[in-house]
Design a protein around this ligand. Sequence first.
Ligand SMILES: N[C@@H](CCC(=O)N[C@@H](CS)C(=O)NCC(=O)O)C(=O)O
Length: 207
Amino acid sequence: MILYDYWRSTASYRVRMALHLKGQPFKTVPVNLKEGEQKLEEHKKINPQGLVPALVVNGEIFTQSLAVIEYLDETCIGAPLMPKDEEGKAKVRALSHIISSDLHPLNNLRVLQYLQNELNVNDENKQKWYEHWIHEAFQTLETMTEPDALYLHGNHITMADICLIAQMYNVERFNIEVSAYPKLNNIYNHLKNKAEIKAAHPSKYEK
Ligand SMILES: N[C@@H](CCC(=O)N[C@@H](CS)C(=O)NCC(=O)O)C(=O)O
């Protein structure tokens, strides 16, 4: 398997966690987002959206991190990343989408660059924008989480936790204060030292 990724990309980090949890060996092809390599025609042949990640399996290209994670879960042995029951699956997808569909796209590089370069939003307001969407999503997730929970759903790590861990890394990177969410911090602190999660950490893929 070949993963087109960028070490700091949260969506790429999600897929790396899934690959490590599944015990799947993979190679990475770094796409430097800071240098704009995602917008090159060469990369768009891999991911027509001009984004990372993209996973190549036996010559077939898969994009969209959540779709890739579910694909890996359904086709590879290793730790299950989704509950077995349909109700549980729907709940894990809902939790995952709060981060991946409703939060992450608003704070993505191309959106921040558009705010800054096209709409002349200054650094202070850009940071306010960033934090606003983090807090909105985190407040919701905190409310949806049971006290003392070790996972966002059920009794093993799922795609929803993968989304949370990557988002927490991003929050740490941008120095955003999230102590107001003890249940989310509890889950993150419980999972971040798991060997497979550590192995997927951005610092291990820095190029
Ligand atoms: N929904 C997509 C999001 C992919 C995405 O937005 N990737 C970001 C990095 S985390 C990216 O490639 N950004 C490049 C840019 O904004 O130009 C997924 O989950 O795969």
